[in-house]
Design a binder for this molecule. Structure first.
Ligand code: ZN
Length: 318
């Protein structure tokens, strides 16, 4: 089992020892209290055109507000992961991405057209990454765009496929932008657009409230999963999406995170933690955060959680 966990070429001996030690000391019983001052790096997926677009919105408007809010909160250098196929022939998206970078944010590679690795061959997937590079290079200028976020967080359904794509990424100078925290913020995007179209203020209030409640619940869950996977919380990486709803909610979300004791860091600094150099050594068909890969690989129990209000999200303002 350990051989499987620490597959070939994975991480340092130090990292492996650290995980072993922490797993030995970890009983799958009560969890330790959460840290008073956890650390998180925010990241945004699906730039420049995440989610739908209300008739009174533009991509420039959304990404300008998002980037300005991040800058106002001293979060310059935040990474947004770009799929280039939204750019050609769409001046609004092109300008939005220019603004994002000009305000001081970074961009990384999210493939050209967001394919699923589970249903792609490694060669086709690598071609998709390479296809995106000229656009990234043009928009990023001198900034470091060699960070890669897997679409759907799918990293390969067999160890061989996983290693093949990772080897290609490393050979091409990429680091993998892993995720440890997600609350599926993009699931609020379509409902929000529908409720706006109907001017349904009462339901928009419910969307705002449930967005923050869901964030609290799933961020707690993610931190507990880190404890189970690694024996302790690590500097987290939160995935968000550059939607109108998340742009609207970002000030409240940042307030809430601060109230929970969070401090903010960069993606590069978060991933200096040795846990990010570990490899679960198994293939997983369904995408998910890094922590889930370790829990699934080792058949560990997930902590209980209050599920997302999927039914109401699907029916609200229909
Ligand atoms: Zn994506």
């Amino acid at each position: 089992m350990w051989g499987l966990l620490f597959g070939s070429g994975v991480g340092s001996g130090f990292a492996a020892r650290l995980l072993r030690k922490s797993l030995e000391s970890r009983a799958q019983g009560p969890l330790a209290p959460l840290q008073r001052h956890p650390v998180v790096a925010l990241t945004f997926d699906d730039l420049p055109a995440s989610g739908g677009l209300s008739p009174d919105e533009t991509r420039v408007g959304i990404l300008t507000r998002l980037a300005q809010e991040l800058k106002a909160n001293h979060l310059k250098g935040t990474y947004g992961f770009v799929t280039g196929n939204d750019l050609p022939g769409d001046p609004d998206s092109q300008q939005a991405l220019r603004v994002w970078v000009r305000v001081g944010m970074n961009i990384g590679n999210h493939t050209f057209s967001h394919p699923s690795l589970t249903t792609s061959t490694p060669a086709a997937f690598e071609h998709e990454i390479a296809l995106n590079e000229p656009l990234l290079s043009r928009y990023a200028g001198k900034r470091d765009w060699h960070w890669f976020r897997y679409p759907y967080l799918e990293e390969g359904e067999t160890p061989q496929k996983r290693s093949a794509v990772r080897d290609w990424l490393h050979a091409h100078g990429y680091r993998v932008a892993e995720v440890t925290l997600t609350f599926e913020d993009d699931d609020w995007s379509d409902p929000y657009d529908r409720c706006r179209a109907k001017h349904n203020e009462a339901e928009i209030e419910w969307l705002k409230q449930s967005y923050l409640e869901n964030a609290t619940e799933f961020i707690r869950l993610g931190r507990e999963e880190e404890q189970i996977a690694f024996g302790h919380e690590i500097p987290s990486v939160l995935v968000l999406h550059a939607t109108a709803m998340t742009t609207l909610m970002l000030p409240s979300l940042l307030d809430q995170l601060r109230e929970q004791g969070f401090r903010f860091t960069s993606l590069a600094r978060a991933e200096r933690n040795p846990a990010y150099a570990l490899d679960p050594g198994v293939g997983i068909a369904d995408g998910g955060p890094l922590t889930n890969e370790f829990l699934n690989a080792r058949h560990l129990r997930y902590p209980p959680f209050q599920p997302e209000p999927v039914q109401r999200l699907n029916s609200v303002c229909q």
